[in-house]
Design a protein around this ligand. Structure first.
Ligand SMILES: *Cc1c(COP(=O)(O)O)cnc(C)c1O
Length: 413
């Protein structure tokens, strides 16, 4: 059993043994992939207007908002940039709360757009120091504050209720990246007072990459409506809001991805949003419990840990990249390392989207073999057992697959 099994590429370019276990993009259920193969619709016709309206209506409870939702053909970073482009005038001040790689990205975008960016650096993996944020807001006048809801680089979840309460009666716009949170981690935009939420298709929303979305509060829309010297065209939210009033997008949208999103959102609502969030919580907790039992402790120390990504510290003497490579070479299981200051020190596994207990148990069984192969001592089965106990304690009634009309979880057809 020590022989290395190389994943071979099948006829459609997909390795025959392939488990996409990244914190995004995530595995796309067969139903969602099939939705993309339907005939292309007239993007100005009533048939597509229905799809766009359905996508918005199905997203609103997941966002926890009554706000309009805009769609663009772009990745999550495109939506981060679009949000700042529409909120800032050149030279305005932006406060960026940074406790991981994606927080840094927001600051870099703000700088690229000519904003005056204040970086509030906090400890990676920790929660947000709200007192420090309040002190900054008292010391200077900002147009907006950026924060990452679910830091995919560290597994920390920000307390948005606390931040929203701080900003609710102030002029600053609270801009939240929930690219890897939405659909996996609770989001109550209106209740919490979050002005702008940006997200994208390829994480907990179970779609391929390429569709970005944003929802804007009335407070944010008032700032977006300003005449500024910031150049904007494709990503001009003013134009997109006008089109949205007519049930359209200003330019040709990725119609197949909208069809995919409607299908995926339908699956989420069929399972029940609360059940989906509970399943994410249970699976991520089980993976953490199992990993801890085999000497891969949780890197995340924030009071709220992510349900959508598990970030594990690599034991001394091992290198994260070696674990990632061995998982891929031996099993065709694709997990992530880090491409930042944590490189080599952590591995990251997605626990979002179309996932069942069997996926987590497989992750652990494979990790056990890989770690032993790399010379890390552990008791084979200890991780799997700890995860199974955790699943039993949290959700003993959970089935082997999320509700997919009888289709097996993570099926690659
Ligand atoms: C994945 C991700 C993004 C977006 O990355 P893209 O590659 O541009 O889609 C942004 N923020 C967070 C927190 C993410 O996890």
């Amino acid at each position: 059993m020590n022989e290395v099994v190389k994943p071979r590429t099948g006829s459609e370019g997909v390795p025959t043994a392939y488990r996409l276990r990244l914190p995004g993009p995530t595995a796309v259920p067969e139903r969602v992939r099939a939705a993309m193969a339907r005939p292309v619709l007239n993007h100005r016709g009533p048939e597509f207007r229905d799809q766009l309206a359905a996508a918005e209506q199905l997203l609103r409870p997941i966002l926890g908002t009554e706000n309009p939702v805009l769609f663009f053909g772009c990745s999550g970073t495109g939506m981060m940039e679009a949000a700042l482009l529409n909120l800032l005038a050149p030279g305005e001040r932006l406060l960026c709360i940074i406790h991981g790689q994606f927080g840094e990205r927001f600051a870099a975008i703000g700088e690229a757009l000519g904003a005056q960016v204040d970086r509030m650096e906090m400890e990676w993996g920790e929660g947000i120091d709200i007192g420090a944020v309040a002190a900054r807001l008292d010391a200077a006048r900002y147009r907006a504050v950026t924060v990452i809801h679910n830091e995919s680089s560290t597994g920390a979840v920000a307390d948005l209720a606390e931040l929203g309460a701080l900003l609710r009666d102030r002029p600053e716009i609270l801009v939240v990246d929930s690219v890897s949170g939405l659909g996996a981690v609770p989001m109550r935009q209106d209740e919490w007072g979050v002005d702008v939420v940006v997200s994208a298709s390829q994480k907990a929303l179970m779609c391929p990459p390429g569709l970005g979305l944003v929802s804007l509060s009335a407070k944010a829309r008032a700032v977006v409506a300003r005449q500024t010297t910031m150049p904007r065209f494709y990503f001009d939210f003013r134009r997109a809001l006008d089109s949205a009033n007519k049930g359209e997008t200003p330019f040709t949208p990725p119609t197949a991805l909208v069809a995919a999103l409607v299908e995926a959102l339908g699956m989420i609502h069929a399972e029940g949003l609360d059940s989906v969030l509970t399943r994410h919580r249970a699976l991520s907790s089980a993976l953490r419990a199992g990993a801890t039992a085999i000497g891969l402790p949780d890197f995340t120390r924030a009071p709220t840990r992510s349900s959508s990504v598990v970030v594990l510290s690599v034991p001394p003497g091992l290198e994260g990249g070696a674990i990632v490579r061995a998982m891929r070479d031996r099993y065709g299981s694709v997990i992530a390392g880090a491409r930042n200051r944590l490189a080599g020190r952590v591995i990251r596994i997605g626990t979002m989207g179309f996932l069942a207990p069997s996926d987590i148990l497989t992750d652990l069984q494979e990790l056990e073999q890989v770690l032993v192969g790399l010379g890390h001592p552990l008791e084979i089965g200890a991780g799997v057992a700890a995860a199974a106990r955790s699943l039993h304690a949290t959700t003993p009634e959970m089935g082997s697959a999320p509700s997919q009309d009888g289709k097996p979880a993570a099926s690659y057809g």
